[in-house]
Structure formats: C-alpha cells, structure tokens
Write a protein that binds this ligand. Structure first.
Ligand code: OXD
Ligand code: MN
Ligand code: MN
Length: 353
C-alpha cells in the first residue's frame, strides 16, 4: 500500500503484502470499490445498527469501521481467510462474508432491507433525531418527499449558482467550493454542501452568512421554517476573540431547506432541497475543505490519526493537543502534509457505503 506512509498506521498483518490499513486516511476508498457487491449487502446491516443503537454508539461505529475497511480492501475478497485478516472484521462478520461468498447474498441483510424502518429511510430518521426541536421536525415532515430524493450533480451546480448570485450582491470577491458527496464524485447527493471564503482576506467573511441567509429569505428561497440551524461562531469569535478562542469547528454554518425554483428548468414545480452553507476564514480554508468533503468514516479516522500524533483536527482547523496552539494549513494539501499523510484525492475518500 503506497498510501500507508505513516509508521503508526496499524495493519492487521504488517508483513502481508495485501494487508489493509486500519484507518481510512491511510488507504484509498473508491466508489465503486472492488468489493462493491459485498458492501451493498452489508449496507442494510450497518444502517440497521445505526437505527437500533444510534449513529454514535460503539456497536454502530465498529460495524461502520469494518465495512469501511472492506471498502478500502484493494483486492477482491475471495476466501474466508482473506476476510478474516481485514482489520475490524470479527468472527460474526466473517461468517456473513462466508455466506456471501457461497450464496451471493446474506439472508439477514435481506430481512433488514425489508424492515419497515429501513424502508422509511434511515437518513431521514437520523436527520430527525439530529433535529432536536419540534419546529425542525415539523418542517422536515412538510418537505419530506422532496428531501427524500437524491440530488443529481447538475442540480447541485444549479443550486450553487443561485447562492453565488446572492453572494455577488452582498460582497463580491468570494470563493466557493461544492463539498460533500458531490466533491467525492457521487452521481447523486443527499444534500448540497457549499463552502464559502474570501481568499487572502481574513475578516472579509465576517457577517456574510447572516446577510446571505436574510437575503435568501427575502427572495423566498428559504421557506419560513427552513432554517434548521444557524450558527455564527466564527464571526462571534473574531468579534470577541478571547471568549471562545479555543472553540473548534467554529465556522459560520447555516443548515437550511432551499426552495429550488422550477422556472427556467424542465421541472413542473419547485423542489425543496437540504443545503449546508458554511463560511470560513481563508486561514481555515484547508481544514474546512477537508472536513466538509467527508466521508463520515474518513473524517472519523482522520481525527483518530491526528490524535495519535498529538494534534487535533476538525473542519475549524488543526491544533496542537498539548498547547492548544493552531497549526497553519491554508490549503487542503497543507492539511495532509501537516498531518503527515500522503494526499488522498476526494474521490478516494468514499469510506462509507
Ligand atoms: C451527500 C454526502 O451525499 O455528503 O450529501 O455524502
Ligand atoms: Mn452532503
Ligand atoms: Mn451536509
């Protein structure tokens, strides 16, 4: 594995030429991967655990990590022995893989797929759980059908164009980047993740998110109950530097429901789409890009990797764990370099099914 340059990256059997690194930031995760059929079969089992235990429970995370290791396995798994050597793949999962190798499917997975909860859409239930107050749940339900739909790349781009049009009216000179699944090359996204900054002009971004959201509301591009979360910690931190100076991931964020107008398109009616607007200083741009590109497991493993080398990573920046001092990394490549990692292109960060 050329990517496993970090000596601290543990593999199940370091002598084995085919050993799979434990962390997603030490390996490549393409979509589709060579074991995609197996991954598809394991996906409902993984999502069933998310539902049963919650996304942050260790039962869920260990399963997700095992599936992620299978995604990062560069060779086709053809024997039980190969499966058993993959990091995090325990006895029970090995048996499931054996079943898959013999029959081409996993019985329990088919049951899980047929499960009513699964049919209702894990993503939305998760979103609902995340949505902590009643108002948010209500607005979610109102736009439920639209929000269930996956968003094609062309529409993601069209939504960015709408946002840029508004930004141009507020303060030109910005730079945007579509992150999330779109940046990792997915044909269809669950939502639209837009990062915004002002290159080389730290401070220019201050207050921009608030202005953007207000403008979009005035234009009726965000329904009345369409702001799920609005935090302006980044701006607040700049205005009052000492109060929350150690806050990590203190980016300005608006998680909204966007009304995507139908006029000028072939659609017969407007559609409601989930959009995340994230404003960052130029200084934190690299970390924000890495943090908002995902996938979830990739980010989780990146944080674990950073911890091992006594750093703290998240989309708000990199810090020294001991001194809490920020470590500079303006570009995405800087982030990988500072973390002592080989650069992994976004389309190789698909560490979740
Ligand atoms: C998505 C993603 O699909 O970010 O929205 O993965
Ligand atoms: Mn996304
Ligand atoms: Mn998002």
């Amino acid at each position: 594995m050329p990517i496993a340059s970090d000596p601290s990256s543990d593999t199940e059997s370091p002598d084995d030429e085919q050993a799979v690194p434990m962390l997603a930031c030490h390996r490549l995760s393409p979509r589709p991967c060579v074991n995609q059929a197996l991954v598809e079969e394991l996906k409902p089992l993984r999502e069933f655990r998310f539902l049963r235990y919650g996304t942050h429970a260790k039962e869920s995370i260990s399963y997700a990590t095992a599936v992620s290791c299978i995604i990062g396995t560069p060779f086709k798994i053809e024997t039980v022995e190969q499966a058993a050597k993959i990091p995090k793949v325990g006895e029970k999962l090995t048996l499931k893989i054996q079943e898959f190798l013999e029959y081409g499917f996993i019985k329990e997975s088919r049951y899980a797929k047929a499960n009513e909860l699964y049919e209702r859409g894990v993503r939305t239930l998760e979103d609902l759980r995340r949505a902590m107050n009643r108002k948010r749940i209500d607005s979610y339900l109102k736009y439920y059908d639209d929000l269930q739909e996956k968003i094609p790349r062309s529409e993601v781009e069209s939504i960015l164009a709408f946002v840029e049009l508004q930004l141009n009216r507020i303060k030109p000179g910005f730079k945007t980047l579509l992150c999330g699944g779109y940046r990792r090359g997915k044909e269809f996204s669950n939502d639209v993740d837009i990062l915004i900054t002002y290159p080389h002009r730290d401070g220019e971004e201050r207050g921009v998110l608030q202005a953007l959201v207000e403008r979009m509301q005035q234009k009726n591009l965000i329904p009345e109950d369409g702001i799920l979360t609005l935090t302006t910690c980044g701006t607040d931190r700049i205005i009052t530097p000492n109060r929350s100076a150690t806050l990590l991931d203190a980016l300005d964020k608006a998680l909204i429901i966007f009304r995507h107008p139908a006029n000028g398109t072939t659609r017969v009616r407007d559609k409601y789409r989930r959009v995340d607007l994230v404003v960052t200083t130029w200084r934190e741009w690299g970390s924000a890009v890495v943090g908002w590109t995902g996938s979830t497991q990739f980010e989780r493993d990146l944080r674990r990797h950073a911890k091992r080398i006594d750093l703290k990573f998240d989309s708000g920046g990199i810090r020294d764990r001991t001194t809490d001092e920020p470590v500079e990394a303006v570009t995405e490549k800087d982030v990988f370099r500072v973390l002592g990692l080989d650069y992994i292109p976004p389309e190789m960060r698909n560490a979740d099914p």
